[in-house]
Design a protein. Structure first.
Length: 449
């Protein structure tokens, strides 16, 4: 402890203190000395306390500066009382500019204002509340910050404001977003794998069924054709017989057996049988195609040409008023079977027409877009039909799934197409367009021409 200097009064010559009783003076001087030395010791103590205060201020300042999380301490009116370097850097303002300004000034949007107000309302417990608030950064961009908002009390335990400590979510969000995308891709791949598995086992089952059905149905069909010819000949013969003068009992038998009615009915009966047999044959050959995909001749196939032929054949067949928007792109080749690829595209074009043609007086339209990306060609078939019901999306490639009336569709088109595309090393997907209508996307690997 420093030694206090002697009192200045002690240096005065006694002659200058004339008229004053010496003992009294000595008393006064002693008292003054005491007061003086007390003053000096108080000053020393004060200086020590000041030094301690400065040290702890320095410590707090270094803590605040070192914090990478942003800090806001505000009073009950939401005015900033303390902040740190991380917040100053984030919002691009100096500490002086921030102190005393409202927290609301930092918020980027109305939603954040509402969240901030809710956080003020709910942050009375020690654990506080977690709230995501958007701030505007130094460049004017919105930055989401995950804040923990806790109450701040004075020494008497009265709440005097709030403390917010937060971390910008940008990085975290980006990582989360990437994770979600990877998860979605994985889910899709898993679904496709499951679907391929399902198709492969269905293919084996269907091959067996088609094989078993093929023989009986072909002789039913063959026999019906023969029966039709026989029927025509029999009718001609009976009509000639009926023109003759026949005995009464034959006439009676003709009436009893309703031979005339029978002769009239026979052609339509045979016609119906033939149609049924024909439809069954079509289904069986569809099944065979479904299960034997991949055994056809493989050559380089130019895709623009296939699209054009598919449009031409569908329009010629059933859809002359179909508006197909298609612009031929640069030549691009895939390795595969031209006939099978034509079959896939014709089915997509035909389906689009069938869907869009049910929509009242609306002109059925289809937009086909060809895109070449690194190593693949993508064809989008987007129609203006009603789109596909969400419940149907997962079943649309299943064999025999159809919403068309009996005789209009077998429900094999898309499942066969799916198999063909898979065999060509590509994939076929479907989604609904935001503006309405369905979009099928066919992706195939490109080869050098
Ligand atoms: N562009 C589309 N818009 C809306 N629904 C569609 C579209 N394409 C296909 N679908 C639905 O998918 C079902 C299955 O189509 P798929 O081509 O497999 O069979 P289909 O057209 O019914 O019969 P098939 O092709 O054997 O004559 C259709 O019945 C229809 O309900
Ligand atoms: Mg179809």
């Amino acid at each position: 402890m420093p030694v206090p200097p002697p009192s200045p009064l002690l240096h005065l010559p006694l002659g200058e203190l004339e008229g004053v009783d010496e003992a009294t003076w000595l008393d006064v001087i002693q008292k003054m000395d005491e007061v003086y030395s007390k003053l000096v010791s108080d000053e020393v103590e004060l200086e020590e306390k000041n030094a301690q205060l400065e040290q702890s201020q320095q410590f707090i300042f270094s803590l605040l500066s070192a914090m990478s999380d942003v800090l806001i301490a505000c009073n009950q009116d939401g005015l900033i009382e303390e902040t740190n370097a991380a917040l100053c850097e984030l919002v691009g303002r100096s500490e002086q500019a921030l102190l005393g300004s409202p927290v609301l000034d930092l918020l980027a949007d109305e939603q954040s204002v509402q969240r901030w107000q809710l956080a003020l309302y709910h942050s009375d417990s020690r654990s506080g509340v977690v709230v995501e608030i958007n701030l505007r950064d130094a460049m004017g961009q919105v930055v989401a910050v995950d804040f923990n908002c806790t109450p701040r009390h004075n020494s008497a335990g009265r709440q005097v404001g709030r403390v917010l400590v937060g971390r910008p979510l940008g990085e975290l969000k980006r990582a989360y977003h990437q994770l979600r995308e990877a998860h979605e891709a994985l889910k899709l791949a898993q679904q496709q794998l499951l679907h391929s598995e399902k198709m492969a086992s269905l293919g084996r089952l269907v091959a067996g069924v088609a094989h078993e059905l093929n023989n009986p149905i072909s002789f039913v069909l063959g026999n019906v054709h023969v029966l039709q010819r026989y029927g025509t000949r029999l009718s001609r013969y009976l009509e000639a017989v009926h023109r003759l003068e026949l005995p009464n009992e034959v006439q009676a038998l003709r009436a009893e057996l309703r031979i005339d009615h029978l002769l009239k009915d026979l052609p339509s009966l045979l016609e119906g049988t033939l149609e049924g047999a024909q439809r069954t044959t079509d289904i069986v050959s569809g099944l065979k195609r479904f299960s034997t995909v991949g055994h056809e001749e493989v050559t380089p196939v130019e895709i623009n040409g296939v699209v054009e032929r598919a449009i031409l054949w569908v329009k010629k067949g059933t859809a002359p008023r179909f508006q197909v928007h298609w612009t031929r792109g640069a030549d691009c080749y895939v390795t595969g079977n031209a006939g099978q690829l034509l079959q896939v595209m014709m089915n997509l074009v035909q389906n689009a027409y069938d869907a869009a043609n049910t929509e009242g007086d609306k002109t059925p339209q289809l937009r086909i877009i060809l895109q070449q990306t690194a190593g693949t060609v993508q064809l989008h078939f987007a129609d203006n039909g009603p789109g596909i019901a969400p419940a149907h999306l997962s079943r649309i490639f299943d064999p025999f799934f159809t919403t068309k009336s009996v005789g209009k569709g077998t429900g094999l088109g898309l499942s066969i197409s799916y198999g063909i595309v898979e065999q060509h090393g590509g994939h076929l997907t479907v989604d609904n367009l935001p503006q309405g209508g369905a979009q099928f996307t066919l992706t195939l690997p490109l080869v050098a021409p």
